[in-house]
Design a protein around this ligand. Structure first.
Ligand code: PMT
Length: 399
């Protein structure tokens, strides 16, 4: 893909925001992008194929069963042609189809057939956007690596006010360009090992102690390290995310399993990032049979788990640059700096997990990085954006 030949397949689904697509195509072409447009049947109720053909300078594709179109650029070729498939506006209907893998028209079929990066720009009524079904579908798509751009907040065509407006064309253009511009391979030739997600500490064959870590922050770090050219080992606790393509995944369950995998991989690594929410304690004994209900109270005896990241930082031979995370609910800077020192780390990324909308199981986060006597605040952003900044900061510390 050359600088001047970014190929964007714009998929337009049915929604009032489709009228902005003519402007979107023009702005993409201003940036030397090649744009081809695919429209769903309902999209054509909002903007005509003729308009989209005029602005893109290419025939608009709208049917899976059109022999003439298939004879020119067939749907599989179109799916392979794109560097980025952008669905804008993405209605709740197409989001649901994508999440379920339905392929009942040209656009949904292309979305299954494309190896390219896929991004969606949701646009719908604020109530529809907030609906659990839509939120669950969006989470499914995000976990598969689909970039979700927006939606924005404000007055809607139906008169409602809230979240659900498609991002403006200029915002979508800058996100598309950012996505299509390859990162400088600052970590080429380096190996990065990352722990992510929670651990599960079994109590008996059916019960365990765990926490709310989703793995999103750790998986975003893995994606960022891959983008910078690193070889990535991802030691993952039990999560429901799809790992980024290209990393070596080591699935573990308990802190002891994670400890073993980490100590095996850390010595061959240049960087170790402990993003997992490791249980500090495990059951002293795991009952062989399901524990029976007893009186009104029950006492569990717990024993301390090994401190994985402290053991990595204490390696004397082949010690990687070691970065921890600190999940705090109060006195964030003080506790994080204490962990940086006590665990012997090179850097720690602190997050205030008492704040709504960030930290555990959120799509966004805000971090403060501490190293030596220095610090850097990274304000609220998506975990993907923050992960890239963190990994670039780490790359800058390597010799
Ligand atoms: O997974 P998400 O839903 O995206 O949420 C992200 C996150 C909030 C889990 C992440 O940003 C985060 O803060 N991870 C660290 C969570 C944590 O366990 O923090 P801690 O302050 O308890 O531990 C400090 C450091 O020691 C961490 O690097 C942790 O991985 C490590 N540790 C802790 C205990 C232990 N036995 N071994 C360890 O290695």
């Amino acid at each position: 893909m050359s600088q001047t030949h970014k190929r964007i397949l714009l998929g337009i689904s049915g929604g009032i925001a489709a009228y902005k697509c003519a402007e979107l195509v023009r702005r993409l072409k201003d940036q030397a992008c090649e744009v081809r447009v695919v429209m769903t049947e309902s999209a054509k109720q909002f903007i005509t194929p003729l308009t989209m053909q005029a602005v893109s300078g290419e025939p608009v594709a709208d049917s899976l069963l059109d022999p003439a179109a298939e004879a020119a650029m067939g749907h599989i070729e179109l799916a392979k042609w794109a560097d980025l498939v952008l669905v804008a506006p993405a209605s709740s209907n197409i989001i649901a189809k994508m999440a379920s893998g339905i392929a009942d028209d040209l656009l949904t079929t292309l979305l299954l057939a494309t190896p390219a990066k896929v991004a969606i720009a949701p646009a719908m009524n604020q109530q529809m956007y907030a609906h659990l079904a839509t939120q669950s579908n969006l989470a499914t798509l995000a976990s598969r690596g689909v970039a979700v751009w927006g939606p924005g907040q404000g007055e809607q065509a139906c008169g409602d006010v809230g979240k659900g407006r498609m991002l403006e064309p200029n915002e979508l253009v800058s996100l598309a360009l950012k996505t299509l511009t390859p990162e400088v391979p600052l970590l080429a030739g380096k190996t990065v090992t990352i722990t992510a997600g929670p651990t599960r500490e079994a109590l008996d064959p059916v019960r365990y102690i765990s926490n709310h870590s989703s793995g999103k922050m750790g998986y975003a770090l893995a994606e960022a390290a891959l983008a910078l050219g690193a070889k990535v080992n991802l030691i993952s606790g039990p999560v429901t995310l799809t790992p980024p393509r290209g990393c070596d995944v080591h699935s573990v369950s308990s802190a002891l399993d994670m400890h073993q995998a980490a100590l095996a991989l850390a010595p061959g690594s240049d960087v170790f990032i402990g993003c997992a929410a490791v249980a500090d304690y495990r059951a002293a004994d795991i009952a062989e049979q399901k524990i029976k209900k007893q009186g009104d109270e029950m006492t569990l005896t717990l024993v301390k788990n090994p401190d994985i990241i402290a053991d990595v930082a204490a390696l004397t031979a082949q010690r990687p640059y070691t970065v921890g995370f600190a999940a705090e609910t109060q006195d964030v800077a003080q506790y994080a700096q204490g962990k940086l020192k006590n665990k012997g780390l090179d850097m720690i990324c602190a997050n205030d997990v008492s704040q709504a909308g960030i930290g555990f199981n959120a799509n966004d986060n805000a971090l403060t990085l501490f190293w030596d006597k220095e610090q850097q605040s990274l304000p609220l952003a998506s975990k993907s954006e923050l992960a890239l900044t963190v990994v670039k900061a780490i790359a800058g510390k390597l010799n």
